[in-house]
Write a protein that binds this ligand. Sequence first.
Ligand SMILES: *Cc1c(COP(=O)(O)O)cnc(C)c1O
Length: 483
Amino acid sequence: MAEDKKYETLDPENWDDMRILAHQMVDDSIDYLKSAGERPVWQRVPDDVASTFQAGMPEEPSAPSRVYEEFRDHVFPYSLGCPHPRFWGWYMGNGTILGALADFMAATMNSNLGGGHHAAIMVEQQVINWMKSVVGFPEKASGLLVSGGSMANITGLTVARNSMVDWDVRKEGVRANRKKLTIYASTEAHSCNQKGVEQLGLGSDNLRRIPVREDYTMDLEQLQAAIEADRRDGCRAICVIASSGTVNTGAIDDLNGIADICKKHQLWFHIDGAIGAIAMLSEQVKPRLKGIERADSIALDLHKWLHIPFEAACILVKEESFHRGSFSLVPAYLEQDGGGIASGGHWFSEYGLQLSRSFRALKVWMTLKEHGSRRLGRMISRNVEQAHYLGGLIESSNDLELVAPIGLDIVCFRFNPGGMDPQSLNRVNRRILVELQENGIAAPSFTTLKGTYCIRVAIANHRSRYEDFDLLVHETVRIGKSV
Ligand SMILES: *Cc1c(COP(=O)(O)O)cnc(C)c1O
């Protein structure tokens, strides 16, 4: 049969036009990242632009170039601001151009990483092996790339729950008439861990929040006491969640101390390493993470301090059989056969909730190859140094003060020229933060520590320069004095 030129598919009507558009998109991307520091960090989406998102779903085709124009005019300029050298809000990475291009290539292949025999699976396995070596896990440990730290933590906590009880929790569920299962984390542990505990049916009441010391690390005497009290009350303690870098201040819990307690009481040792685990790449930070290799499971975020474009994170589990035992479910239509595409041998769908999975491993693989672990480690070390540089500027200013010790790369401070009551100070600092953001100067975020509102600068940024912190201090004082 002669080929019907008009046969409808979703491919471009004109591939040459698409090629021109694709080149334009790459050029625009490069310009965008190259000039990241020349734009305001952030700007509000104008009302007329926002209103365009109210339009209903298109029914008829549009030219790809028209679609792209709309993106370029209405979406591209109004980003959260992550690529900017003065974006220090919450806790996010910058991304890189090769990471972005890798995502494009991954999407081009449109591989599904659930399983099967194809090279993308091997790329993910290799990335997971690299991550094991980063934290000192044995080769036979297992892992999975997931969307973010939240998913990594809940995946690890699922394995902890399923492996630590003496009945088949997958089959029988978490039953109210069994012993109460308790989990321990500091009051500074990230909220995603509570969400995880809730989703696992354990109940947030049974997530014991252990008080922290002055440096915001978990108080291990109180941890010990809480475990013993629960044991006396007939609870079944199953897991301690350590934070290697808390979200508020970057505090690193005493990992060896927690490992000892877990060993003594036979508890699962999980580390929320969303911030700090990848900091093993930094020669300066690594000694502070001693004991990380003793964990049963570790959540690492890769879209934070490794600067992989969102989304990318990794969960590692030391004992492979526990990991697989928590998620493996293989119906006839997913059986792995001796030959053909299904002969993969290693199906990632047996290690997590997702069946269909993206090729997020590619951007991690290409980024690690492009920069190497040492340069990526140097970026981490420099951010820690910059945090202390900023700390020094704050301490030498009469108008500013640190609100918490600098645990890693996070600085919590406020404007306090003296003579103001606590409420006014909170109000003024709130104003300063909003002005910094609304004027596109810098994008720290905020938190409240022991009732004190503070400006929080989380420096996971490979584009920040020392003078960016000079500017932040200068502008903070200027705005503070003007309001
Ligand atoms: C960011 C963060 C999380 C959550 O990770 P996501 O990637 O945002 O899902 C968990 N724990 C800590 C300590 C974090 O900083």
